[in-house]
Design a protein around this ligand. Structure first.
Ligand SMILES: [Zn+2]
Ligand SMILES: [Zn+2]
Length: 349
């Protein structure tokens, strides 16, 4: 590899697997930093991009949005970040000027651009982002964990913040993949609340106990909301939907008791069309809340919790592969029998 090129995983055509190829090293503009990628997750949303249900802004594009690494170059005017800093990358690039951005809700910026979808991403040796999109990674947190914090842990964290979880609450988590397991760990370790997990796969239900979820409901055995009411005194206080299915949203709402809050994180194209009566929602004082992404402060806060050991995330990185074996990592994520939770690319450069 010559000095002016680098390896990158590029999606060349829609609905075709990406290829590992050499491309020019990206230049660093004013206010930007270039990060040498040390770890980057392959996320379920990357599979959606590859399979065509999510369409990237242009082709060819470098995939990857869940990254941590070492700052390798800084652009003009960058003072808060220095070459050599270990960082997590917030992949959500916001405009900085709209009402949402000015009020600390950059995750809701209508002009948001996500690396690996609207900009070149981090499944590559190097990635360029604005300096404001990197968060210092404490020495106690490894790159692989630093990578998944910046998406797979920050997303459920923001959802839990949206739910206004109180001590003594009972929480139900629908969908025990990476995000759902991280939600359960956060709910138990940080908020100390009881968690009931719901899933429809044998492997997900079997491993739930390893992640501190002692009560599980098999979604195939009848309506899970009925099972949740049987396990609780009048329904759950908060429920989380990580599946992206209107049928699951319905069950998540129906799992709630009085003043219950359902936070929907899963993304799907279908109309909600809830069968819930309007008067029931009102009489029970319930809320249905959407939650999208996270902000840099969420990543910063989570890294602090990991550093002071309030939070311990173990076991959800199921596969680690070098950048040169990207195809193997992608195959593991797609293979339902592989037991994959989070697959992380590691790059020793
Ligand atoms: Zn993701
Ligand atoms: Zn904005």
């Amino acid at each position: 590899m010559s000095a002016a090129t680098m390896l990158a995983v590029r999606l060349l055509r829609h609905e075709q697997d990406p290829v590992l190829t050499e491309i020019p090293v990206p230049t660093v503009g004013p206010g930007d930093v270039r990060v040498a990628m040390r770890a980057c997750g392959i996320c379920g949303s990357d599979v959606h991009i590859i399979e065509g249900s999510t369409v990237p802004a242009y082709l060819p594009i470098t995939l990857g949005h869940e990254a941590a690494g070492v700052v390798e170059a800084v652009g003009d005017g960058v003072v808060e970040v220095a070459v050599g800093d270990r960082v997590s990358v917030n992949p959500m690039l916001s405009c900085g000027t709209c009402r949402q951005c000015r009020t600390g809700r950059q995750n809701l910026c209508p002009r948001i651009q996500v690396i690996g979808l609207q900009r070149d991403g981090a499944h590559a040796d190097l990635v360029v982002v604005p300096a404001g999109n990197v968060v210092p990674l404490p020495d106690s947190v490894g790159f692989a964990l630093g990578a998944i914090v910046a998406d797979a842990i920050a997303t459920p964290w923001r959802a839990i913040e949206r739910a206004r979880v109180q001590p003594g609450d009972v929480a139900v988590v629908y969908g025990l993949g990476g995000l759902g397991l991280h939600a359960a760990m956060l709910l138990r370790q940080v908020h100390g609340v009881r968690v009931i997990g719901v899933d429809a796969s044998d492997s997900a239900l079997a491993r739930a106990a390893d992640f501190g979820i002692e009560e599980v409901v098999d979604a195939r055995a009848g309506r899970p909301a009925t099972a949740v009411h049987a396990l609780t005194d009048g329904g759950a206080d908060v429920s989380f939907e990580f599946v992206g299915s209107v049928g699951v949203v319905e069950q998540a709402v129906r799992s709630l008791g009085y003043d219950g809050r359902c936070v929907v994180v899963g993304v799907g194209p279908d109309r909600l069309g809830l069968s819930l009566r309007q008067e029931t929602l009102v009489a029970r004082g319930q809320s249905i809340i959407g939650s999208h992404g996270y902000v840099s402060d969420d990543i910063r806060h989570l890294l602090r919790l990991l550093d002071d050991r309030t939070l311990s995330i173990d076991g959800t990185i199921s596969h680690r592969v070098p950048l040169t074996s990207y195809a193997d990592g992608l195959a593991a994520l797609r293979d339902r029998t592989s037991g994959a939770i989070r697959v992380v690319i590691e790059n020793d450069m």
